[in-house]
Design a protein around this ligand. Structure first.
Ligand code: UN1
Length: 494
């Protein structure tokens, strides 16, 4: 029997009023239906927003340390269910089990960080310019948060948004990607079990156009946190501007690794393989370009191609699989389009470039890990986010040239340099235009307690993760307390 999942609105599990559903299939085996989900519409969004609005008025009065205690419990339940959630996530979006476990762990880390933030949420006390007057600025909750999340990190990314939103005293209407609704539903189940009151967390399943954009448009939603493609991010930004919502956008990337001539090539090789083909290249932080010094070019390329060809594709639940499928048919086709574009542009295909088939692979959306070299900075292959297992290699002659090439896209999320030269490393830290720079490590591997986000068209200046996300989910309230007993005029009586 196929498992039937539901929406969670105002503390109750429910179907879409229309009775419509959609199904979610395993990308490693499209015969397997993971579950069916309500195909919701405006009606369900309106209900969820109304519930969240009403619940907010009570939730904002719950002391932050108490809200934190609930999130601590959320983390504990996630620890107990980690393996089960990892397996479900692999079945619904394909990445290999070690990675889905890591995804859940990132959610657990985020829960415990949020729990402890309940006892901080620091404000400022500031001297007044007048005598017998006390000034402070404190954080206050904002209201209803619309949370719209992608499928590549079905647990981690929702928790990056939902846990801080709740800790700060906001209520949430959550629209997960329709490729990963099961993991999202489990997260909501856990929040409810841990004691998040009814109406404070709501999940509405369905399409981005109907459900997602209705949330973005809704006058009673105060803020939107979105992770996904740049084109959708721009649309969200435009739409949300009409009601002046606060919007946090985490969008595309075209992340690069610079490998200098003094780099430890064995180390760089492991980093590039993991960064480019981990999660089948379907990360915002995935390594999409290698910017390789000419002096080590031939040597590194033969190491890289050799190892890439040996990567084992397969169902992520099988212990020896290293690379899972693309998330769905459309995504695999889109990846393949970039192989065709690369060939047309005159780049040289060194391995992959086609669907992976044969045996168990025939029932999944598998694509061979692909490497192009002879890529030049202006090619589409070197400019556009692919979100799949395609890596482009560009040759450079100096650090300066490498950084120019690295910076030469519209994106700026993650970046990396392999070098043993500490001076070069610091120049790279200074001059690379990206939200994240790794030294001697791959472009992936962000930790939950550090700021996460990018510059340029990767986002709109906000950061998730760490202490920084708490700025997004709170407003500053400035308070002046005059205990002089008389009228004191600022700027005039001092
Ligand atoms: C993403 O790719 O959308 O650093 C998030 C990483 C992960 C998070 C990635 N911890 O790759």
């Amino acid at each position: 029997m196929t498992k039937k999942y539901q929406n969670f609105i105002n503390g109750k599990w429910s179907d879409a009023k229309s009775g419509k559903t959609f199904e979610n299939r395993n990308p490693a085996n499209w015969d397997e239906v993971v579950g069916t989900f309500p195909k919701s519409s405006i009606e369900e969004v309106n209900e969820a927003v109304a519930a969240a609005r009403a619940a907010f008025e009570k939730w904002r009065l719950v002391p932050a340390p108490k809200r934190g205690d609930i999130l601590k419990k959320v983390g504990d339940i996630m620890v107990a269910r980690k393996e089960e959630i990892g397996q479900l996530m692999t079945r619904e979006m394909g990445k290999v089990l070690v990675e889905t476990r890591g995804d859940v762990q990132e959610g657990i880390d985020t829960a415990y960080y949020a729990a402890s933030e309940g006892r901080r949420l620091f404000g400022h006390t500031v001297p007044s310019e007048l005598p017998n007057k006390f000034n402070m600025a404190m954080r206050v909750p904002i209201g209803v948060a619309g949370v719209i999340t992608p499928w590549n990190f079905p647990m981690a990314i929702p928790t990056w948004k939902i846990f801080p939103a709740l800790l700060c005293g906001n209520s949430v209407v959550f629209k997960p990607a329709s490729d990963t609704p099961a993991t999202a539903t489990v997260l909501v189940e856990i929040l409810a079990e841990a004691g998040v009151p009814e109406g404070v967390i709501n999940i509405v399943h369905g399409g981005g156009g109907e459900v997602g954009m209705t949330i973005v448009n809704h006058p009673d939603v105060d803020l939107i946190s979105f992770t996904g493609g740049t084109d959708v991010g721009i649309k969200i930004s435009e739409t949300a501007a009409k009601t002046l919502k606060r919007v946090s956008l985490e969008l595309g990337g075209k992340n690069a690794v610079i490998i200098m001539d003094d780099a430890d090539l064995d180390l760089a090789l492991e980093g590039v393989l993991w960064g480019a083909f981990g999660t089948t290249g379907q990360r915002c932080t995935a390594t999409s370009r290698v910017i390789l010094h000419e002096k080590v070019y031939d040597k590194f390329m033969s190491m890289l191609v050799d190892r890439t060809k040996k990567l084992k594709l397969g169902d992520g639940l099988k212990p020896n699989s290293q690379v899972g499928p693309c998330v769905n048919e459309g995504q695999r086709n889109s990846v393949h389009t970039y192989t065709e574009i690369g060939l047309k542009e005159g780049a040289r295909l060194l391995c992959g470039g086609e669907f992976a088939t044969g045996g168990d692979l025939d029932k999944g959306w598998f694509y061979k890990p692909t490497i192009f070299d002879n890529v030049t900075p202006n090619m589409r292959l070197a400019q556009e986010e692919i979100f799949g297992p395609i890596l482009s290699v560009l040759k450079i002659r100096s650090l300066e040239e490498a950084i120019t090439v690295l910076n030469g896209t519209i994106y700026g999320l993650s970046s990396s340099i392999y070098t043993k030269n500490v001076n070069d490393a610091f120049v790279a830290i200074r001059d690379i235009k990206a939200g994240i720079t790794y030294i001697n490590a791959p472009t992936i591997g962000a930790e939950a307690h550090m700021p996460f986000g990018g510059v340029k068209q990767t986002g709109n200046g906000h950061r998730e993760g760490g202490w920084t996300v708490y700025d997004f989910f709170t407003e500053w309230k400035t308070v002046y307390i005059d205990y002089s007993g008389g009228l004191q005029r600022a700027q005039i009586d001092n």
